[in-house]
Ligand binder design. Structure first.
Ligand SMILES: Cc1cc2nc3c(=O)[nH]c(=O)nc-3n(C[C@H](O)[C@H](O)[C@H](O)COP(=O)(O)OP(=O)(O)OC[C@H]3O[C@@H](n4cnc5c(N)ncnc54)[C@H](O)[C@@H]3O)c2cc1C
Length: 577
């Protein structure tokens, strides 16, 4: 049966130019294979095939303009079930970017072991580190295979980390801000929460990004291979998926296998105990939830669940939340959550959790002695563990430390010269922007460029309300390491913009070299602190000093002025205080 494939609904776009026709007459395609790419001035759109079969006619060419309903091509369905046809398409290798798992052995290039396939570069893991490395290496001319065990590209960040959490935090912020306006003359009724639609919206945001990666890989001819990779030697990996195995001989490899949540050994096996991935699934909203760990991930998820109606307790072993940040930067957030949540327990250890029908009975040991409480759900957010011990690194002669981290040099090389490692698996901070930066370095070095990871500072942000962010030197690090510094803090109570957006408890603190005035670091607390941090990161990279910041004209009224004003405090030129 022949099917005409037409341009589906593409939002507000119309008359969009075709930039790539990804198939030819005679190709066998699978459901969801991209057949055409469109590019407007706002976005690139991959048009997937809704059916599997053989392409029998193509109605458009590069440069044509199309809108919803325009005919693209004709496909004749092949005999067999959809799954069989998809499999046939994959095995033909014709148009699918996923390489088949059962190709015949190829003759090895000189120096490479015999294997089912060969690549200049194999990248293990398609998180932000891995896909960035794969795309950069392909752009530099290498033949790249990207191996990913999960069905979707994007790793933790896109699927169960940065992006879904930010979508839900946006929803929480809208709820909280709407409620706060009741004190200023605008009262909304209590929000009605349709958790299924909220979850679907979050998944839609994720789907747009992960789907886009497939198009980006295809455009660069990066082969995507689904499966779990383990090393079989210094030039060979074995990839397993659903009972199939395939070996790939490589000249170079990049390990980007990321990390997974730490699970505390004393926690019972109980569905009511979830990690960040479980929390982002948003199965339900418990009445009373304990968040184990006062770090960034725990606090972000606490904010989401609180806005959706849960009563929250946070428990943290140390004496402050977000232990990596300076205490004074965290104070405004701490004050707000102490008002909002049932309890924030610092210096407190959870020593026991028992599953009971009525809930999870938790034993705390803290400053007020030992006590027990019952919760409906526990979110365990006590950190992440690198996946370095799960990839057979020893067979490739790569050293992995006790904790599972892989040691690398400034060029991201492991102890084996042709194998690189990047992202969460090479160390703290476990952040997506660090992974992507390292991915680019590794890819460039693999392609023969003289690149190195020489960033002076890596920003960290908790996207809570208010946000807490820091970059470069912190005051506590300066004190521990005996580094001389001079501090200038601008209180947001003196910022017109902060007052106008309920952020007057914020603060922008800059640390300077006392002699040269160079910017050494910053800590910011308040709405959009993460965005403001970028200016200071640039200042640190450029070796800018207080004068550079204070003489830069910042737009008024914006929160960015607080950076310039903090520099004016150091310079002694401030007139706003
Ligand atoms: C809830 C949450 C929120 C977060 N929010 C932020 C944020 O706002 N900003 C930020 O910068 N960071 C955030 N992070 C951290 C960020 O997600 C990670 O630092 C980042 O994803 C690390 O990237 P990566 O490429 O090193 O590894 P990952 O993203 O972990 O990707 C590794 C990939 O490798 C695959 N893999 C592993 N082993 C194998 C194997 N043997 N074979 C094949 N594939 C394999 C995995 O399936 C995975 O897809 C958050 C994390 C969480 C959990």
């Amino acid at each position: 049966m022949k099917t005409d494939i037409k341009v589906p609904a593409i939002g507000d776009f119309a008359n969009v130019p075709v930039v790539e026709v990804s198939v030819a007459v005679g190709d066998i395609i699978a459901v969801d294979d991209t057949v055409v790419m469109l590019e407007s001035d706002k976005a690139t759109l991959d048009i997937p095939s809704p059916v599997a079969g053989r392409v029998t006619a193509i109605h458009i060419a590069v440069g044509d303009r199309v809108s919803e309903g325009s005919a693209i091509l004709e496909v004749e369905a092949e005999a067999g079930s959809t799954d069989e046809r998809n499999e046939a398409a994959r095995e033909s290798g014709a148009q699918s970017s996923r390489a088949p798992l059962t190709t015949p052995s190829v003759h090895a290039a000189p120096g490479l072991p015999d294997a089912d396939a060969e690549a200049d570069l194999v990248v293990i893991g398609a998180g932000p580190g891995g896909y960035t490395a794969a795309f950069r290496a392909a752009d530099l001319g290498l033949k790249v295979t990207l191996v990913e065990r999960d069905p979707n590209l994007g790793g933790v960040c896109l699927n169960v980390g940065c992006i879904p959490s930010k979508a839900l935090l946006h929803a929480a912020k809208v709820i909280d801000e709407a409620a706060a306006m009741s004190g200023h003359g605008i009262a909304y009724p209590k929000p009605e929460i349709d958790i299924d639609r909220l979850r679907a919206w979050k998944s839609d945001v994720v789907g747009k990004l992960t789907g886009g990666l497939t198009g980006l890989a295809r455009r660069r001819k990066v082969k995507i291979l689904r499966g779990s990779a383990v090393f079989e030697g210094g030039n060979l990996v074995r990839v397993s998926h659903a009972g199939d195995e395939k070996t790939i001989a490589f000249k170079q490899a990049i390990i980007a296998c990321g990390s997974e949540p730490v699970r505390l050994p004393f926690l019972p096996d109980d569905d009511r105990i979830i990690d960040s991935t479980g929390a982002l699934e948003l199965a339900d909203i418990p009445k009373r939830m304990l968040v184990l760990g006062g770090g960034i991930i725990g606090l972000e998820m606490a904010q989401v669940y609180h806005a959706l109606g849960a009563r929250i307790t946070i428990v943290e072993l140390l004496d402050q939340i977000i232990p990596g940040a300076d205490r004074d930067i965290v104070v405004p957030l701490m004050k707000r959550i102490e008002q909002r949540y049932e309890k924030v327990r610092l210096n407190t250890k959870v020593t026991r959790v028992q599953s009971e029908k009525a809930g999870l009975r938790v034993t705390f040991e803290g400053p007020d002695g030992t006590r027990e409480e019952l919760f409906d759900k526990i979110l365990s957010a006590v950190g992440r563990r690198p996946n370095g011990r799960l990839i057979g690194a020893e067979k490739a002669g790569i050293s992995v430390d006790e904790g599972g981290f892989i040691r690398v040099d400034r060029q991201m090389r492991t102890s084996r010269e042709n194998i690189f490692a990047i992202g969460d698996v090479v160390g703290q901070p476990m952040l997506a922007h660090k992974a992507t930066h390292e991915g680019k370095v590794a890819a460039e070095v693999a392609a023969g460029h003289k690149s190195a990871f020489d960033a002076r500072a890596i920003p960290s942000v908790a996207y809570t309300e208010p946000e807490v962010g820091w970059v470069g030197l912190t005051e506590s690090d300066a004190k521990t390491k005996g580094i001389a510094y001079k501090k200038a803090s601008f209180p947001w109570a003196a910022s017109g913009r902060a007052l106008a957006m309920a952020g007057s408890d914020g603060v922008s603190k800059l640390l300077f070299d006392p002699d040269s005035g160079r910017v050494l670091g910053a800590g910011i607390c308040g709405p959009n602190a993460g965005e403001l941090l970028a200016e200071v990161a640039l200042a640190i990279e450029m070796g800018a000093d207080a004068e550079d910041l204070s003489l830069t004209i910042h737009p008024h009224p914006t929160l960015s002025e607080t950076i310039g004003l903090a520099a004016e405090i150091f310079e002694g030129t401030i007139t706003d205080l």
